[in-house]
Design a protein around this ligand. Structure first.
Ligand SMILES: Nc1ncnc2c1ncn2[C@@H]1O[C@H](COP(=O)(O)OP(=O)(O)OP(=O)(O)O)[C@@H](O)[C@H]1O
Length: 629
């Protein structure tokens, strides 16, 4: 054995690396298996060029645990290294890159990817690393290199009858979990699932039943099938994941079964996009549209990021726009810098281009679905809507594309694009300021009375009942020309779309004052009272919540502010022109009867919006019975 000293200052590297990467210790396996894959791929490339003498033979990578010797070995049959190369790559490259790493990240709190640490990460879990390697080059002698993590190493001869490299980790006391099968299997599943070279970890038993094939004498039963168990290699990875294949060669079933492979528990996706671009950056992948009508949060963090089939992370926030994190699937790009900090990543021009590209592809896919089969698109809208609206709210570019296919649904289940909607309502729902007024409900059942009243006026009532709808209609108001939205309960039906016409008030000034005072007494602090000349056919008492005030309050609630101090700004509108007001209130001489009738009308208005409960509701029911009797 020859001894030497590694040329860089490594004495102090261990504590720093261990401290930095403690929580991410497990990436050592990804790094070492990636090196093994690289070495194997390089050999295959050389073989294709005719630069390898003799047969290539098996190229499978083995992961071996020896619990007794406390070693974990990563064995490849790749290009291997000569003694010179070991000295060059392991002593100089690997260890000096570790030094670079420490220099670079000393002051950096967050690190993404951790690539660039490579071979050296072995020392995060091992206190001694042994490498036995033999170059594919003809006449190469096997070499053994041993390093215990300090600057000294040993190099000498070894036994090995095939080319490639064994990296033998003598696992340290505080990392013994890496000697357990289940732990290693879990890590391989996470990081190595789609690596391009087969990776074997132990064996598994395959069971087969063989039917009895001999003669069965008459009256005798055929013997039960024979159970045959065979030990076969346990290859843990799929070397040709779907996203690397040519979309033209794939069927829908292929995509669906790949989705199942990624998310065994999930519902089948609605559709997908196969991404494939070489220039100006390299990116492949498949993005699936899940059914998102349920909880939004459940859907997140389902996109996995790969770099040349090596799993990197499922935290893709910096790479795809926020709304696209609702999608599922895989993005694979060697062009996303992985060894840098997040802030750098956000500013990176390649990442920006990738983000733009993905957004564009998603919008194009939706646009083509919309164009090709509108009926199907409408069927999927309950799941798609949230996603499209979210995108339109959060990305200007997506808004411009999305406005062509975003659908507004009305209470009759009819869907229209913004343009179609504009056309449909412009005649009847343009107000005196020349604005188009969209009318919507947030709760079809509860606001049924109000919806009917609006429809009686020929208004179209949209359904906006998802949490995303409030910011969405705000976005429409900002971006669309002369368009505004009001909820059915924001004004009396005739005032939803403000027209210029002044109505005559059938009550005298004095009568109006009497009615105002009477109702103010009854309503108390629950709201303000106003007497207005509405249509004769409109209800005598109505309750409205002005749009602006209600939205303000909702917004504050959304931001987690305590709004209990602000009363619900409810307005009680008395329809001066409804004959009931005259007949059942003003015409009554008896104060008590007058007040009782007014209370009854007020409670009817509350009831029609499901705002009546408790003792008030009981009083209302009792009074109704009495009236009937
Ligand atoms: N299993 C292996 N077979 C052959 N050569 C290897 C093997 N592992 C490492 N090497 C050599 O050692 C060098 C240093 O490895 P290291 O993992 O530190 O860096 P890297 O692979 O070049 O880059 P990265 O930092 O992305 O991992 C490699 O470039 C390669 O030449």
């Amino acid at each position: 054995m020859q001894k030497g000293n590694i040329s860089v200052q490594t004495e102090n590297i261990f504590p720093i690396i261990k401290k930095f990467l403690y929580s991410d210790q497990e990436i050592f396996l990804r790094e070492l298996v990636s090196n093994a894959v690289d070495a194997t791929s390089k050999l295959k490339t050389l073989a294709r060029k005719g630069e390898v003498k003799g047969e290539l033979g098996e190229t499978t990578i083995d992961i071996l645990i020896d619990a007794e010797a406390k070693t974990l070995t990563i064995r490849d049959r790749g290009i291997g290294m000569t003694e010179e190369e070991v000295k060059k790559y392991l002593n100089q490259v690997a260890l000096s890159s570790a030094q670079d790493f420490v220099d670079k990240y000393k002051d950096e709190a967050s690190i993404i990817g951790h690539f660039g640490l490579g071979f050296y990460s072995a020392f995060m879990v091992a206190d001694k690393v042994e490498v036995v390697t033999r170059s594919f080059k003809e006449g190469s002698e096997p070499v053994r290199w041993i390093c215990e993590g300090d600057p000294s190493y040993e190099i000498g001869t070894a036994e090995r009858d095939f080319h490639g490299t064994d990296v033998i980790l003598h696992i340290s006391e505080d990392s013994v979990q890496y000697l357990e099968n289940s732990e290693i299997e879990g890590l391989l599943n996470k990081y190595a699932r789609f690596l391009p070279v087969p990776i074997r970890f132990g064996t598994k038993t395959e069971v087969e039943y063989k039917e009895f094939e001999g003669e069965v004498a008459e009256g005798e039963e055929k013997p039960a099938p024979e159970k045959i168990e065979t030990e076969v290699d346990n290859i843990i990875n799929n070397t040709e994941p779907l996203w690397k294949k040519n979309p033209a060669d794939l069927t829908d079933e292929d995509y669906v079964s790949f989705y199942r492979e990624l998310y065994p528990m999930g519902q089948p996706p609605m559709f997908w996009i196969h991404l494939n671009i070489d220039f100006p950056f390299n990116l492949t992948g498949i993005l699936y549209f899940p059914k998102v009508s349920g909880g939004l949060e459940l859907q997140r963090n389902k996109i996995q990021l790969y770099s040349n089939q090596v799993y990197v992370t499922d935290d893709v926030k910096e790479i795809v726009p926020e709304f696209l994190t609702l999608l599922h699937g895989v993005i694979d790009s060697p062009d996303i810098p992985l060894n840098v900090s997040r802030s750098y990543l956000q500013a990176d021009t390649n990442v920006k281009k990738i983000t733009g590209y993905i957004t564009k592809k998603v919008a194009e896919k939706l646009a083509s679905l919309f164009k090709e089969d509108r009926a199907d698109f409408e069927d999927k809208w309950p799941d798609l809507g949230v996603f499209v609206k979210y995108g339109m709210i959060s990305e200007d570019k997506f808004y411009d594309r999305g406005k062509k296919f975003v659908l507004l649904e009305n209470t009759e289940g009819k869907h229209s694009t913004i343009e179609e909607y504009r056309e449909r309502i412009s005649a009847n729902q343009t107000d005196k300021y020349d604005r188009l007024v969209g009318i919507y409900t947030a709760d079809e059942d509860r606001q049924h009375t109000l919806i009917t009243a609006a429809q009686d006026r020929g208004y179209d009532v949209l359904v906006f009942e998802h949490a995303i709808d409030a910011p969405f209609l705000q976005a429409l108001e900002q971006k669309e020309e002369k368009m505004t939205f009001v909820r059915v309960d924001s004004a009396t039906p005739d005032q939803l779309v403000q027209k210029d016409e002044e109505k005559e008030n059938l009550l005298s000034e004095e009568e109006q004052t009497t009615v105002t005072n009477l109702f103010t007494n009854i309503v108390g602090t629950a709201g303000t009272v106003e007497v207005k000349p509405l249509d004769v056919a409109d209800a005598p008492v109505q309750i409205v919540r002005p749009e602006f005030m209600r939205r303000m309050k909702e917004m504050q609630q959304l931001q987690g502010m305590d709004t209990s101090m602000f009363p619900d700004s409810v307005q009680v509108i008395i329809n001066a022109n409804n004959p009931t007001v005259k007949e059942h209130i003003l015409a009554k001489e008896d104060e008590g009867e007058r007040s009782e009738n007014a209370t009854h009308l007020y409670q009817l208005a509350l009831l029609s919006q499901q705002m009546l409960s408790g003792p008030d509701l009981k009083a209302f029911v009792d009074r109704s019975m009495k009236m009937l009797g």
